[in-house]
Write a protein that binds this ligand. Structure first.
Ligand SMILES: NC(=O)c1ccc[n+]([C@@H]2O[C@H](COP(=O)([O-])OP(=O)(O)OC[C@H]3O[C@@H](n4cnc5c(N)ncnc54)[C@H](OP(=O)(O)O)[C@@H]3O)[C@@H](O)[C@H]2O)c1
Length: 322
């Protein structure tokens, strides 16, 4: 546990910036709004942006990286220098061997117009192709060692695997700057004894909480006037709705009189456990709400009451290793 005065910041997730299937992205309708969102983020001091080479598929291949690259190039040199854009490279089955990421890395750097500050393994292959991962990790470390990118991160790696990778990279003198996993009031598994929260703290690795709002569900009040999102997200929200009442009530009591709404409670619960949440933001209002969350923190008692109500209800990532 970090003290309240010493809590992590909040980063920005950009999965929705280019994804049609889950997030209904439409370039004509959304790009101008996304650029305003990006500019609002900069104005309010958000510096960490998470993306991936698989965000945007088919015709929209690499769209999230491309938009971030364009937006970053239109920022001032000062703002650009402070940005930390972290991309994730997918360990697709055809990306094999120590140089298996080379072409993907160059393509991401091109889309990001050279603005990449961190390269991350997107998911662990330990469960289905354990031989693939060590070589790819070595390849990522080569990129850092050669100065092609300043830092390295991991994603969807569990405590056991994290220790192994940490040991290997430590021998080469390459730090693991961050690990991102799904972590929210509806996905609290990283808090298990000896789990990811403990292990990251012990190894001095920054923990990043992805999907901290449970895809947006945790930011909705009971009887929220907004329609449910279409498709898969809406079905998930409908399915989980009935189990949320006690958690929502406590969240509403905590949110009362503080800025940022229920979303701020969800983000601050991650921060209270030492993780930097990276909510997906796609409008200036959402940026304002995330910024409002940074202005306060949960008391110890509030954190404990939320801990007691947190329960694993979100689908687990099948590529998360042990
Ligand atoms: N490493 C991985 O495998 C992995 C997996 C998933 C995600 N991620 C990363 O983590 C980021 C965040 O996760 P996520 O996008 O899956 O889900 P999330 O952050 O839990 O939810 C994002 C959605 O919540 C809604 N929202 C945002 N701010 C809100 C607020 N203040 N109040 C209420 N609702 C709010 C928005 O939906 P509406 O606009 O529809 O309201 C937004 O698109 C991703 O963008 C991505 O960068 C990584």
């Amino acid at each position: 546990m970090t003290s309240e005065a010493d809590q992590p910041g909040i980063g920005v997730g950009t999965w929705a910036w280019g994804n049609q299937f889950l997030w209904g992205y439409d370039p004509q309708r959304d790009d101008a709004r996304l650029e305003q969102t990006f500019q609002r983020c900069l104005a309010l001091g958000f510096r960490f942006f998470d993306t991936a080479d698989s965000y945007g598929t088919g015709r929209l291949n690499g769209r999230s990286e491309m938009l971030l690259g364009q937006f970053a190039m239109r920022a001032t040199p000062d703002e650009r220098q402070q940005l930390c854009i972290a991309t994730k490279l997918a360990p697709f089955p055809w990306r094999l061997g120590r140089r298996g990421y080379d072409r993907a890395f160059s393509a991401s750097q091109r889309r990001l117009q050279g603005q990449m500050k961190r390269v991350q393994l997107h998911w662990s292959t330990a469960r289905y192709a354990p031989w693939q991962e060590p070589a790819l990790i070595d390849g990522l470390a080569d990129l850092v060692e050669s100065g092609a990118v300043p830092s390295l991160g991991l994603s969807n790696v569990g405590p056991k695997r994290l220790r192994t990778i940490h040991r290997t990279l430590q021998e080469r003198g390459i730090p693991i700057s961050s690990l991102q996993v799904q972590f929210s009031l509806l996905a609290p598994q990283p808090l298990a004894d000896g789990g990811i929260v403990d292990t990251c703290q012990e190894l001095g690795i920054e923990l990043i909480a992805y999907s901290p709002l449970a895809l947006g569900l945790l930011g909705r009040s009971a009887g929220d006037p907004r329609p449910l999102p279409p498709g898969t997200r809406g079905s998930l929200f409908r399915r989980l709705e009935s189990s949320l009442a006690p958690l929502r009530q406590t969240m509403e009591e905590i949110a009362n009189g503080r800025p940022g709404g229920l979303g701020a409670v969800a983000l601050n619960w991650c921060r209270a456990h030492g993780a930097m949440p990276i909510p997906g933001l796609r409008s200036s209002d959402q940026v304002e709400q995330a910024a409002a969350a940074r202005s306060w923190s949960l008391s110890r008692d509030e954190r404990r009451s939320l801990d007691a109500l947190a329960a694993a209800r979100m689908p687990a990532n099948p590529f998360q290793s042990a």
